[in-house]
Design a protein around this ligand. Structure first.
Ligand code: UT7
Length: 335
């Protein structure tokens, strides 16, 4: 059985910075409220006048990751693309990446696991490499949230949290004993699907129905989050996923060199940091600058931490996510 390791990382965020104060032009909110409850200071939102879309941002991040892996687009055997905000209802964004990067006619798989999208994608890629089916897999997480958020006081509970951006990793067959992805664990609990969801437009509530109802109070086509409920589950599931990953490898919390939690809320990350008694240099957060970028959040944070020299050879890196579905999971990596 083979094993896999990350050989290239890249990210791309739109240039347009939206500060907390900028949001007050659309809704009743404040820099103080947003920072206190979430830790977010600013986020990037696509300027519609630019070319950026979910797929375009993903392709930009992917180019960097492929180059850093020392590969060319023609060396990639398979694409895995995670997003909850694809450019089109169908097809998914994976095929757009194949086209934008002018890649050969390799397979492209789309992953719909929201904030856990990158964890799920990495796990799937790891399995394909373990079996020997593929050698180099491009894994992308990308989100265009800003296009679908409700910019009004009614939507503020969700809108202030989310940002746009993309990250990419190349996962390759590993040649070094004991290195690379050590384990991945994935979970879901669908009974809570509607606690963090965008219900329509969908086959369940399709466009003609929404138009026919013409109901000004219909918010089904905006994302909905039962914030406190999600928060309470997040802190429990994050912890479980990390413990499960450590235990599967016979490791302790003291063995963690770098924890990269999905950037859902700085308060959640701080709760986890405290629970695992990790020092500040062992947890990487960038929610202050980007908000919650869902499937892109872990990979952007991982790339930044690596670029800043905070992840070194042989470090134990733990990635953990929780989000809509509910879905959650962890990946443990020996760098
Ligand atoms: O990434 C996927 C997973 N997501 C998460 O894990 C997110 C988990 N949840 C959270 O991070 C937090 O619940 C939020 C940041 C979403 C909300 O924070 P909260 O402390 O749970 O606030 P709340 O929803 O209980 O709202 C408290 C008050 C309400 O007013 P009243 O009813 O007390 O008068 C809200 O209407 O704050 C109000 N509020 C706001 N005020 C100013 C809600 N959003 C805003 C806002 N600005 N943006």
């Amino acid at each position: 059985m083979y094993s896999s390791k990350i050989t290239g990382l890249g990210y791309y965020v739109p240039e347009n910075v939206v500060t907390n104060n900028d949001l007050t032009q659309w809704m009743e909110t404040s820099d103080e409220w947003i920072q206190e409850r979430t830790g977010i200071k600013e986020r990037r939102w696509i300027d519609p006048k630019t070319e950026d879309t979910t797929a375009v941002m993903g392709a930009k991040a992917a180019k960097i990751a492929i180059e850093r892996a020392g590969l060319t687009k023609d060396d990639i055997d398979f694409i895995i693309f995670a997003t909850l905000s694809p450019d089109m209802y169908f097809p998914g964004g994976g095929v757009q990446i194949q086209d934008l990067l002018e890649m050969p006619t390799i397979g492209a798989l789309d992953v719909r696991n929201q904030c856990s999208g990158f964890i799920y994608s990495l796990s799937v890629a790891d399995q394909f490499i373990k079996t020997g089916m593929y050698k180099n897999i491009l894994v992308i997480g990308s989100e265009n949230h800003s296009g679908g958020l409700e910019r009004s006081t009614r939507g503020r509970g969700v809108t202030v949290i989310f940002g746009d951006g993309a990250g990419a990793a190349v996962l390759s067959r590993n040649e070094e004993e004991g290195k690379g992805i050590l384990s991945s664990h994935l979970h879901s609990e669908g009974k809570h699907a509607k606690e963090l969801a965008l219900i329509g437009p969908s086959t369940n509530r399709w466009v003609p129905e929404i138009i026919a109802d013409n109901d000004p109070d219909d918010v089904s086509y905006f994302p909905h989050m039962n914030g406190q409920f999600v928060f309470k589950h997040a802190v429990v599931r994050f912890s479980e996923a990390i413990i499960e990953g450590l235990q599967a490898n016979g490791l302790q919390k003291d063995d963690i060199d770098m924890l990269i939690p999905h950037q859902a809320n700085l308060r959640i990350a701080q709760f986890i940091q405290k629970k695992f008694a990790l020092s500040d240099d062992k947890v990487y957060n960038n929610i202050m600058r980007y908000g919650n970028t869902t499937a892109a959040s872990i990979i952007i944070a991982l790339t930044e931490a690596w670029e800043e020299g905070k992840i070194k050879d042989n470090d134990l890196v733990v990635l953990a996510a929780f989000g809509s579905g509910f879905t959650w999971g962890s990946v443990v990596i020996r760098w």
